[in-house]
Design a protein around this ligand. Structure first.
Ligand code: ASC
Length: 154
């Protein structure tokens, strides 16, 4: 085998391994995973809140701004879950409860509901119609709440 083919093989093997690595292996330390997921949720909540302000009439409706905010929410919606590394739950207010890991399939389904709802919110924002935005905002907020109710220390 040539050096070149060994390198090509190793590169492919490494790429496959990297995408298949468990969440824990994507972070050097558990606290890095916690910081990462909190950061993603913070950015998501910030931009979700800006859409909420329009949906609730606290700021004037601006379809382009709503769409731009929704795109950020959609991008963020995919990120936090790799940060839910086993052993990073707790009992403090806001911490993930142990059932994030004992009921991981249910947790993942809850995440997917949110991701689907914010994708619909982005589509609604693109209609440039406030009523459409309002109609999609409530269900999206509901998916945040139901996951918090089920999996977050109150
Ligand atoms: C938000 C935000 C959440 C959800 C939730 C909806 O704006 O930061 O976590 O909406 O409060 O019930």
């Amino acid at each position: 085998m040539s050096i070149r083919s060994i390198c090509a093989w190793a590169t492919t093997a490494f790429a496959l391994l990297a995408t298949a690595l468990p969440a824990a292996a994507q972070f050097q330390r558990p606290d890095d995973a916690v910081k990462y997921r909190k950061a993603a949720f913070t950015v998501m909540a910030t931009h979700f809140g800006r859409i909420g302000a329009m949906a609730n009439g606290r700021v004037p409706f601006d379809g382009a701004a709503a769409a731009a905010n929704a795109d950020i929410v959609v991008a963020m919606s995919r990120l936090p879950y790799a940060g839910f590394v086993e052993g990073t739950g707790g009992t403090d207010k806001g911490a993930p409860r142990a059932n994030v890991w004992s009921e991981r399939a249910k947790f993942d389904a809850s995440a997917k509901e949110m991701q689907d709802a914010v994708a619909k919110l982005a589509a609604a924002a693109r209609t440039n119609n406030l009523d459409q935005l309002k109609a999609a905002f409530g269900p999206a907020a509901g998916t945040c709440k139901s996951c918090h109710d089920d999996f977050r220390v109150p």
